[in-house]
Design a protein around this ligand. Structure first.
Ligand SMILES: [Ca+2]
Ligand SMILES: [Ca+2]
Length: 347
């Protein structure tokens, strides 16, 4: 190679090197520019972020302050609430104790009320029982009063009969004395001098003396009964009995009825008037002493107040008694049949 060429070649290589070097420098400057630009941009972003963060920080600080205030307020409220809660708890405990006391008192009152209720029920039962007893006693007293009234009436009747008896006895004593005197005189006579008729009379007199009943009357149960053979109406029969110082027979008690039933002569077809009638008030049968009947010996369907197909509209108002059964029938008072009188025996 020639030296010139070599020199040109070297110059050429030096220029190329410089160009490359400039290019490298330019590239380096561009890169630096880019890097600077990026850095600047990043710085701006960072600055903006810092500003934002600062704003946020301030804001958060404000919120924190506000929250701290709220927290303080809440703490105050919580403290107040805690105080109130404690106060209420104490009050609740106090109320629970009071409630327990009231409950105990209430239980005591309930127990007391239950005991009083039982006592009240017991008293009510006792009162009911006593009331029932009182009602029974009242009934018993009423019955006793009625019995007492009846006994008083019976005593009055008995006294009346006794007084009558005393009067009869006085008369009877005189009669008895005179009869006994007569009989003594007869006894002093010779037996042949006493005729049969007189003897019969004397026997009758003796019977009268023994029974205390008049001639032809029969003694039964302390009473003298006269059983007629003649027949009369009921009214005539009563008049006849009263004319004999007696009354149509009447039997207020079962005992008296039984005595009369046994004493009546005759058979089952024979009936006698007795002192029983409902002439004053239809259906209200009374004895001749005006007392109502308390025994019942009506036969069959009697008293039926039969009117004989209305030919006798007044009906049957007088009672007759059967000779065997002693049963009663109501009959027309104008029927003519035998009758029974009664009076008290004189002895
Ligand atoms: Ca009648
Ligand atoms: Ca009749």
């Amino acid at each position: 190679m020639s030296p010139v060429r070599e020199i040109k070649q070297r110059l050429f290589l030096s220029a190329k090197f410089l160009i490359s070097l400039n290019l490298l420098f330019l590239l380096f400057v561009i890169i630096l520019g880019i890097l600077f630009s990026s850095e600047k941009k990043a710085h701006q972003v960072t600055s903006q972020s810092l500003r934002d963060l600062n704003i946020s920080y301030v804001k958060v600080q404000g919120e924190k302050t506000s929250l701290e205030k709220d927290l303080n307020v809440s703490r105050g409220e919580a403290k107040a609430l805690t105080t109130k809660y404690n106060s209420l708890s104490q009050e609740k405990t106090s109320l629970q104790a009071e409630l327990k006391s009231v409950w105990s008192s209430w239980r005591v009152e309930i127990t007391k009320t239950e005991r009083l209720t039982r006592e009240k029920n017991s008293k009510v039962e006792e009162l009911d029982r006593k009331r029932t007893e009182l009602i029974k006693r009242d009934e018993t007293i009423t019955q006793l009063r009625q019995s007492n009234t009846k006994i008083s009436q019976d005593l009055e009747e008995t006294n009346k009969n006794l007084n009558e008896q005393k009067r009869n006895n006085t008369l009877w004593s005189h009669l008895k004395e005179s009869i006994e005197k007569e009989m003594k005189e007869y006894k002093d006579k010779q037996p042949s001098q006493i005729r049969d008729q007189e003897k019969t009379f004397l026997d009758s007199l003796l019977q009268v003396l023994e029974t205390g009943c008049d001639f032809t009357w029969e003694l039964a149960g302390g009473k003298c009964f006269f059983f007629s053979s003649e027949k009369h109406t009921w009214e005539q029969s009563r008049d006849d009995c009263q004319a004999k110082k007696g009354e149509l027979a009447f039997t207020p008690t079962e005992t008296e009825w039984e005595i009369l039933k046994k004493a009546i002569p005759g058979n089952s077809k024979d009936f006698y008037w007795i002192g029983l009638t409902d002439s004053d008030t239809e259906g209200s049968w009374r004895w001749v002493d005006n007392k109502t009947i308390t025994i019942n010996h009506w036969l069959n369907n009697d008293p039926d107040n039969w009117t004989n197909n209305d030919t006798k509209p007044e009906g049957e108002n007088c009672a007759k008694m059967n000779a065997v059964e002693g049963g009663w029938m109501d009959a027309f008072c104008d029927e003519q049949i035998p009758y029974i009188c009664q009076t008290m025996a004189a002895v």
